[in-house]
Ligand binder design. Structure first.
Ligand code: C2E
Ligand code: MG
Ligand code: MG
Ligand code: MG
Length: 286
């Protein structure tokens, strides 16, 4: 009896696994077409200086609008792209669109807004990554210091010479580097001394816990540690005033979250900049 139910379970497991693989395959085929059919685009989420309330730049976030208008989340399609090698093309597309948009902002008179772009680990490992960045910066004639690459802790944890080399080349070229989702990986803080990073982004999970018992300790510690290493700190996922006030009281530098703005189109982003940075509604952003 037990044997039989074990077999049934195994069959069910296999069926589930097949379905999962099939979904994955379908998605990767659709994604390949999506790149060709221009179904991928970027939205920009403002990043704000916590002291002045001014918009200092944005994070570019990729969006996939399928033929039928259905939006697929990057949390769903980025891992598929990473697993199938599509991430190289998709990543280059993201970088190209970001640089083009950054150029637009500069031409609109905003010459000091930064553009943060998410970079996947396999993307950085692919040959020619640094050359691609250099090429795009030169092609669009943008100051490299306005381009910021968001990398995850797991990349730094590899602690390899090759990665260190790539990051040093990018840093020497003038590109900024940011550690995304900071505190969620297997943090060894040792790498922060060795890698040329400019800032840390406190993960949204820690921001959510602000105000709960013990919830203030981790963001406070991250901010203090980052500052003593001369790194800037960005808090992501700020939704409430009390989170903003707490972070400001702890000296956190920059903020990003729905409290300020959801990710928006490039056009809307520029409209927000003209409202906020030219002082018309700066009160509402505080
Ligand atoms: P991430 O880099 O940590 O980006 C922040 C995510 O938090 C974004 O989700 C953003 O929309 C969301 N967010 C921002 N403020 C708030 C808030 O106040 N509350 C809540 N609940 N969420 C907030 P999104 O756009 O769905 O992106 C998810 C992840 O997908 C990103 O996490 C990033 O890891 C990845 N991703 C997005 N675009 C790209 C890309 O172009 N390339 C790569 N490699 N990864 C990307
Ligand atoms: Mg990010
Ligand atoms: Mg993040
Ligand atoms: Mg994330």
């Amino acid at each position: 009896h037990a044997k039989q139910s074990g077999r049934a379970e195994a069959r069910q497991y296999t069926a589930e696994l097949n379905r999962h693989l099939q979904d994955h395959l379908n998605l990767s085929n659709l994604l390949r077409d999506a790149i060709e059919n221009h179904e991928l685009f970027l939205e920009y989420q403002p990043q704000v200086d916590l002291n002045t309330g001014k918009i200092i730049g944005a994070e570019a976030l990729m969006r996939w609008s399928q033929g039928d208008g259905r939006l697929v989340s990057p949390a769903e399609f980025i891992p598929v792209a990473e697993a199938t090698g599509l991430i190289k093309d998709l990543g280059e597309l993201g970088l190209r669109l970001s640089c083009r948009e950054l150029k637009r902002w500069i031409e609109s008179g905003y010459d000091d807004l930064s553009m943060s772009v998410n970079i996947s680990v396999p993307q950085l490992h692919a040959t020619g990554f640094v050359e691609t960045i250099e090429h795009l910066v030169n092609e669009f004639r943008i100051p490299p210091s306005l381009l910021k690459l968001e990398i995850t802790e797991s990349l730094l944890m590899e602690h390899s010479e090759a990665i260190l080399n790539i990051l040093k080349r990018l840093s020497d070229f003038g590109i900024q580097l940011s550690v995304d989702d900071f505190g969620t990986g297997y943090s060894s803080l040792a790498y922060l001394q060795d890698f040329p990073v400019n800032d840390l982004k406190i993960d949204i999970t820690f921001i959510r816990n602000i105000g709960t018992e013990h919830g203030n300790a981790i963001p406070s510690a991250i901010i203090a540690m980052a500052h003593s290493l001369h790194l800037k700190v960005v808090a992501e996922g700020i939704e409430h005033n009390r989170q903003r006030e707490f972070l400001r009281s702890r000296g956190c530098d920059y903020a990003q979250g729905f409290l300020y703005s959801r990710p928006v189109s490039g056009e809307e982003f520029l409209e927000k900049c003209s409202e906020v940075n030219r002082g018309i509604t700066s009160v509402s952003l505080g």
